[in-house]
Design a protein around this ligand. Sequence first.
Ligand code: MN
Length: 240
Amino acid sequence: MATHLLLNKRLILRSAGLAACAFTALFLVRCSDGDSAIFVKEPLPYSQDALAPTISTETMGLHYDKHYAGYVKEANALIQGKGYGGKTAEAVIRMTADDASKAAIFNNAAQAWNHAYFFKCLKPEGGGAPEGLLAEMIDETFGSFENFKAVFLTAAKDQFGSGWVWLVLDGETLAVITGANADTPHAHDLTPLFTVDVWEHAYYLDYRNRRVDFVKAVLNNLANWDFVADRLEKALPPKE
Ligand code: MN
């Protein structure tokens, strides 16, 4: 009976998977036998005009529908038939991180992941200050929330060329780090908590060359600290 149920469940899952493939094919995801599409174009958690004027509707539309969608499509195309079937997006990133021959897969996979996460770090009428454990750990690590913002903005300014600024969990300690191009905390055994994209495509239409003004506006108006606090709680080992 158990086997029978399992087989039925598999059949249902397979049917559902094929239906999902047909559906998601509309959203630039490729499906084929063997390798399922590992990278999914995740829906924006708000409308494309919801973050204006901090991030304009034009910037959001290009960022989500062109840049992010492009990375998702390319990442799925590059892993086809390469034996990544059944892997998670994070696993593909870790498997390709230190292999120059797999740089194209890493770059597109990491960019797909980073963008999906970045969009979740934002919300309309965000900003303000974090609360609870996140606030306590920020105070402990950086002295104050204001100091944390200063450290984050300096990191954004000092990142030479395209990249990302991150608040990460390193073991049980917070840290601000930057990464060039597609680099991602997953490649360094760090847990991503909050990020801002500092590629020029993220801000040039709205802020021209004023990258720090863009990052400051994101921190003050859009940062979704509830989301970050939730990620922190899930990442920390359970208290004894
Ligand atoms: Mn971007």
